[in-house]
Write a protein that binds this ligand. Structure first.
Ligand SMILES: [Zn+2]
Length: 242
């Protein structure tokens, strides 16, 4: 029996499939990644662009960078793999998508039960009050200001030196523990605490399926490994899902 069909059968008979995605998922939609040889952090200094200190020092510069990234993302399209995941959610197989990505491509492709561990680049939040704003396009005036208290609005993403939102991360742990199929796509499996999610899933008896073009620390304990692009592996599996 083909490995694709085996995995499809697991998904179809599962009661709680969770999908966990990282930078590799976005990279296939031509969204530049951060780490690695050609990653953004090899050209830009994250300490000048993605820390609370950098924002205090030069909010304009930080917003210029986020504006540029928002434009790149808006010009990109979710690849087929995203649509397959949202279709599986619609069919009731996928109960939750957990992502390390901030680009919102899962939303754009129709997934709805999403946990964004690192926030969303199209959301801003006031640094002084409760106000949050959703951007359909990059803000024309930067840095944007809060309509209520006139404080600066910052991108609602997790920066270096900042903790992840505790509610989001504990929900993610819960979902990993609850899953009976856990599909890990395009994550390097080295950034904590997100790297622990597949381990937790495994400890609770979930079937771990890894899709990644490169070997990762997850590969050694995954039950199925597809060493290929996400769009390719997901569409092969999808052939056996009705
Ligand atoms: Zn405010």
């Amino acid at each position: 029996m083909s490995k694709f069909k085996e995995v499809a059968d697991r998904i179809k008979s599962s009661s709680y499939t969770v999908v966990f995605t990282g930078a590799g998922m976005s990279a296939e939609s031509n969204i530049p990644t951060f780490r690695g040889r050609n990653g953004l952090w090899s050209k830009y200094n994250p300490m000048e662009l993605a820390t609370p200190e950098a924002f205090r020092r030069d909010p304009y510069k930080v917003w210029e960078w986020y504006k540029m990234r928002m434009e790149i993302i808006l010009n990109a399209e979710p690849h087929e793999g995203y649509y397959i995941i949202s279709k599986w959610e619609e069919k009731g197989y996928v109960k939750r998508v957990i992502t390390q990505n901030v680009d919102g491509l899962h939303y754009r492709s129709g997934s709805r039960n999403i946990l964004e561990l690192h926030g969303n680049i199209f959301r801003g939040r006031c640094i002084s009050c409760w106000y949050k704003v959703h951007f359909k396009e990059a803000p024309s005036e930067i840095p944007p200001r809060c309509p209520f208290c006139n404080s600066l609005i910052r991108p609602d993403v997790v920066w270096f030196g900042e903790p992840l939102d505790t509610e989001t991360i504990s929900k993610a742990y819960e979902e990993a523990a609850r899953s009976d199929v856990f599909i890990v796509i395009g994550t390097s499996g080295v950034v904590y605490p997100a790297a622990e999610l597949p381990i937790i899933a495994k400890q609770y008896g979930s079937t771990i399926i890894e899709i990644n073009i490169e070997e990762t620390p997850i590969s050694v304990y995954a039950d199925y490994v597809f060493r290929m692009k996400a769009s390719e592996a997901l569409s092969q599996i999808d052939k056996y899902i009705d």
